[in-house]
Design a protein around this ligand. Structure first.
Ligand code: RB5
Length: 145
């Protein structure tokens, strides 16, 4: 498992906790920036991460901005990406179990580092349920044609 991480200045506050979690689980990741708190444009980093996942270079992606919303809107423009923005535990598990979300978007102005880590853990450890959800994801993929 290899994860692509991207953030802007609004989400970078969560990055140390997320990478510490991945390190603790021995999960490989690549940090595609940004690397400072200087103001940047989140679509640049959403594109980097989404394309890394869509190309198969990485298995999943994590995007961090102020709310997670802008990152999710941008990442979902890339074919094959199912990016979920969330802030609660139920959705963190459901976005894997039902939506097979391959990108998780979190808000640095909403979540504590501890909560963000918990959500990443639920997302990564909850299996996709398959079954009826495959048909629904196929219907979503049809929208990309
Ligand atoms: C940056 O100020 C902020 O707009 C961005 O981090 C994000 O919250 C966008 O959705």
């Amino acid at each position: 498992m290899k994860i692509a991480i991207g953030c802007d200045h609004g989400g970078i506050v969560l990055k140390p906790a997320v990478t510490a979690y991945l390190d603790s689980k021995k999960i490989e990741y690549v940090d595609l920036g940004t690397y400072t708190t200087d103001s940047v444009d989140y679509p640049v980093y959403a594109k980097k991460v989404a394309e890394a996942v869509a190309s198969g270079e990485c298995d999943k992606g994590i995007l961090l901005c102020g709310t997670g919303i802008g990152m999710s809107i941008a990442a979902n423009k890339v074919k094959g990406i199912r990016a979920a923005v969330l802030s609660d535990e139920f959705s963190a598990a459901a976005c894997s179990a039902h939506n097979n979300a391959n990108v998780l978007c979190l808000g640095g102005r909403i979540l504590s580092p501890e909560k963000a880590t918990k959500l990443v853990d639920l997302w990564l450890t909850t299996p996709f349920e398959g079954g009826r959800h495959v048909r629904r994801l196929d219907e979503i993929a049809d929208l990309e044609k």
